[in-house]
Design a protein around this ligand. Structure first.
Ligand code: NDP
Length: 294
């Protein structure tokens, strides 16, 4: 069945972004620049393996160079850092992504801090988080960047809109709030200690949800006509023993109220990977002294 017209077609939108990136990459080739992305995977987490394989495939499809570095689960932190430093020094690699989560014996922040900030296409290092807050050019984390693209495409100018970001992680909630603030929204950040959460949500014209709690946001938490971006990806037991994916928003209920809403699966996750490609091209241009494409 065709999606209802308030369901945001993230699949088509993400495909459009990837096509645009592929055209930009093709235009850089004659200038002697092929953007290169290295993804480092430590251990054998099945979900991470799927993500890494997918990232590699889409990177190559966009005409870029893709490197995958796989290290055993018991790799010492020093060896992982040495691998990152080799990539920092490699002029053919413009983006470095260390797939999270890392095994427990490794300090994630220490590893992220070793990635050259201009190659930190995940935008998770302290330097890039700081640049975002300061309004300087840096690398913006892929998921909130993708959410912002969806919002601007749907709503145009976001000035003056009341936005509520549910979740305050370094990966999603905090950078999302900063991006919306930079677009002149009136931003509220809610979290596990927020009181009267449903009422807070109901005030929002824009509701971005990243909590990791299956279907927590109900239909009556959504202001009629609001735009709802559901970042959550949760596996819950479905029929006949198989798992199914649901978001942090109860889609069936919220879709009846929202002016626009992203589905799960087939939603924000697709935008995240597309934005990783965008960030890699941006990083490559900056490193080559070229203006990044608009
Ligand atoms: P984190 O676990 O790092 O953060 C969750 C946030 O939600 C925290 O700020 C926490 O509050 C808040 N929270 C948790 N429970 C509640 C509650 N009951 N009421 C209010 N707030 C609550 O998660 P991430 O931000 O990394 O990810 C969130 C979700 O997004 C996950 O489902 C993840 O799988 C998904 N995700 C999807 C991506 C995509 O590409 N689509 C990319 C990244 C993540 P507090 O700070 O107070 O603890």
């Amino acid at each position: 069945t065709a999606p209802a017209d308030n369901v945001i077609d993230c699949k088509a939108f993400a495909a459009g972004i990837r096509a645009r990136v592929a055209a930009q990459v093709a235009a850089l080739k004659p200038q002697g620049l092929t953007p290169g992305l290295a993804v480092v995977l430590v251990g054998e987490d099945p979900a991470s393996q799927v993500y890494v394989r997918n990232k590699g495939k889409l990177t190559r499809e966009a005409g870029m160079r893709s490197e995958e570095i796989r290290l055993p689960a018991d790799t010492p932190e020093a060896d992982l850092i040495a691998a990152v430093e080799t990539l920092n020094a490699d002029p053919g690699i413009h983006g470095i992504l260390v797939q999270m989560p890392l095994p427990g014996h490794i300090d994630e922040q220490r590893v992220l801090a070793c990635i050259d900030p201009v190659k930190d296409v995940d935008g998770l290092s302290v330097v890039n988080a700081g640049r975002l807050v300061a309004g300087e050019d840096g690398m913006v984390p892929c998921t909130p960047l993708g959410c912002l693209m969806l919002l601007k495409d749907r709503l145009g100018d976001l000035t003056g809109k009341r936005a509520l970001v549910l979740g305050r992680s370094l990966l999603v909630g905090k950078p999302m709030a900063q991006l919306l603030l930079a677009e002149n929204c009136t931003v509220t950040v809610a979290h596990s200690r927020t009181r009267e959460l449903a009422e807070e949500c109901r005030r929002a014209d824009i509701l971005v949800v990243a909590v990791g709690r299956p279907e927590m946001v109900r239909g009556d938490w959504v202001k009629p006509g609001a735009t709802v971006i559901d970042v959550g990806i949760n596996r819950i037991p479905g029929e006949n023993g198989k798992n199914r994916l649901v978001g942090d928003v109860c889609f069936a209920e919220a879709a009846k109220v929202a002016g626009a809403i992203t589905p799960v699966p087939g939603g924000v996750g697709l935008m995240t990977i597309a934005c990783l490609l965008v960030n890699t091209v941006t990083a490559a241009c900056r490193q080559a002294g070229l203006a990044p494409p608009e």
